[in-house]
Design a protein around this ligand. Structure first.
Ligand code: GDP
Length: 326
């Protein structure tokens, strides 16, 4: 199938075309990369989805939440795509569906599309390709794109860089908590959802939610937030409680930002960020393609490790070599 047929299939919302398009953008082959660029270019300016980044450590209930939340949205007539940025999946081969029971109902829903994390050797590569997959899902007419991450390394920041809203899912904590959640994540979260607010866990969930409400108040107010955001809320993914309220807040925040231009500004800044990422990556890739430069980099790296050369000075030497080579 040529690129223009593939683009048409994606635009018609055909799942097979979408799956093939994502496989194409995940390929590292240079001819595939060229086709992927042409495809993304052909699809630019199409419909917009609400891109929701979503993080939480294993066990907090992410798959249960995505399934309940996703089913609620498809029940309202919305089309939902679920993508993942999971650096650990390079080892397990796509952990979003590694466990067969994960999101079983949602994966059978004709209005849902679930795609595991691409297997790449490093997080940057996974994130770049996932961002393009988000754009493909958008072009295919999905209303909501959920981008899940388990929060290893810098994955949360990367996911926030491709999302309109960022959610953090937490489980009820025992005792006086707040530990375990990095401050940086609190700063990028728009809504914290304290899950498992049911049964015996309800009192602990309520306390945890109050603790985070207090902690969020101490953060510096952001211009792109209306009064009351960022906020912490209680949900039960298992009992399907609080999901509609959470969705209401997500929509309210999205509308507020759209009305004031923050939405567009954020997307514009994100586009520049990914442009710079691609350039950075491309430059590094080009360096490693040249055998002489690769050898020189290895030598300089060894000198830096041996302590005979400072990192900054070594980098400067390499950059000088590149300049002369031009
Ligand atoms: P993930 O690792 O973050 O994807 O978490 P899972 O969705 O696999 O859930 C981990 C465990 O928490 C499972 O045993 C779920 O049944 C349980 N769980 C998830 N959501 C809830 C909830 O809302 N309430 C309760 N009580 N348990 C939940």
């Amino acid at each position: 199938m040529n690129v223009s047929d593939l683009a048409k299939g994606v635009q018609r919302g055909e799942r097979r075309a979408l799956a093939r398009a994502i496989t194409l953008i995940e390929s590292a082959r240079p001819d595939h990369r060229a086709e992927a660029s042409a495809l993304l270019e052909a699809l630019r300016g199409g419909p917009e989805a609400l891109r929701i980044g979503f993080s939480g450590t294993p066990g907090v209930g992410k798959s249960t939440f995505i399934e309940s939340f996703g089913m609620m949205l498809t029940g309202q007539g919305l089309k939902v795509a679920v993508l993942a940025v999971d650096p650990s999946s390079t080892r397990s081969g796509g952990s979003i569906l590694g466990d067969k029971t994960r999101m079983e109902r949602l994966s059978r829903d004709p209005n849902a599309f679930i795609r595991p994390s691409p297997s790449q050797s490093h997080l940057g590569g996974v994130a770049r390709r996932t961002r393009e997959a988000v754009m493909l899902c958008e072009a295919a007419g999905f209303d909501v794109v959920l981008i899940e991450t388990v929060g290893v390394g810098q994955s949360e920041t990367m996911v926030a860089e491709m999302s309109d809203l960022f959610l953090l899912l937490l489980a009820p904590a025992g005792g006086d908590e707040l530990q375990g959640v990095k401050r940086g994540i609190m700063e990028i979260a728009d809504i914290i959802l304290v899950n498992k607010a049911d049964g015996d866990l309800k009192p602990a969930a309520t306390r945890t939610c109050a603790d985070y409400t207090g902690a969020l108040r101490l953060l510096r107010k952001r211009v792109q937030d209306p009064e009351g955001f960022p906020k912490a809320m209680l949900v039960s993914a298992l009992q399907e409680e609080g999901l509609q309220a959470a969705w209401g807040e997500m929509q309210a925040l999205a509308e507020w930002r759209k009305a004031r231009g923050h939405w567009q500004a954020r997307r514009a800044a994100q586009a520049r960020h990914w442009f710079e990422e691609e350039v950075r990556h491309g430059l590094l890739a080009r360096l490693s393609e040249d055998a002489a430069i690769r050898a020189q980099m290895a030598d300089l790296g060894a000198s830096v490790m041996a302590g005979t050369l400072a990192p900054g000075a070594a980098a400067q030497q390499l950059l000088d070599v590149l300049k002369k080579a031009e």
